[in-house]
Design a protein around this ligand. Structure first.
Ligand code: GLN
Length: 193
């Protein structure tokens, strides 16, 4: 069974552990480079990307995650986690992993709409998955993707779920809705059978 970790520095980590458990696997909260070195898959949750990035830098977790990804660990970032995975964050030099070739704009859906739900439709989704309601909370917008990045789902014309090799990023919060297909897909990327 794959060993899955959820980065537990700040933000919405416990619900991700619940979803992985509901899929019949297990996940541990992780906070140190040593714990990350043991994982087959890591989830970086939503929260505040500047805070999570600063803490990751302070505890040497940026390098720990980069080297784990290099040896094949799968990585899934949601919302703030997705921001931290982007190579470019508009107007910001905040600490980041910079692993997915894409540009993001933080809080891009306006202050009035702090959060909203949207149906992100069937046909663009993961193969075999039914349509999915996505919850966006002060969500970033993906404004550019590189040629190695595959779009798995869109909201209107924006990519909202993207994959580059064993790296997965969602600008919304799949841990807040019942559909578990995205976490199931991530378990497969982590080598879970
Ligand atoms: N707006 C947050 C940020 O820029 C992300 C919000 C979230 O993770 N729900 O870090």
């Amino acid at each position: 069974m794959a060993i899955i970790g959820v980065l537990a520095l700040q933000g919405d980590f416990s619900r991700h552990i619940g979803v992985i458990e509901a899929l019949g696997s297990s996940a541990r909260a992780v906070r140190t480079p040593k714990e990350i070195a043991e994982l087959d898959g890591l989830i970086i949750p939503g929260g505040e990307s500047t805070t999570i990035g600063m803490l990751m830098q302070r505890f040497a977790l940026l390098d720990a995650v980069r080297s784990a990804v290099q040896r094949g660990m799968a990585l899934f970032g949601t919302c703030a986690g997705a921001i931290l995975m982007a190579t470019e964050i508009s107007g910001s030099d905040q600490p980041r992993l910079g692993l997915i070739d894409m540009s993001v704009e933080r809080n891009a859906y306006g202050r009035q709409i702090e959060s909203f739900e949207a149906d992100i439709g069937d046909e663009q989704l993961l193969p075999g998955s039914e349509s999915l309601t996505a919850v966006f909370i002060r969500a970033p917008r993906i404004t550019r993707i590189g040629t190695t990045v595959r779009v798995l789902a869109r909201f209107e014309s924006d990519p909202v779920l993207v994959q580059q090799g064993h790296l997965l990023a969602a600008t919304f919060h799949p841990e807040l809705t019942e559909n578990r297909s995205i976490h199931a897909h991530f378990l497969k990327l982590s080598g879970h059978v």
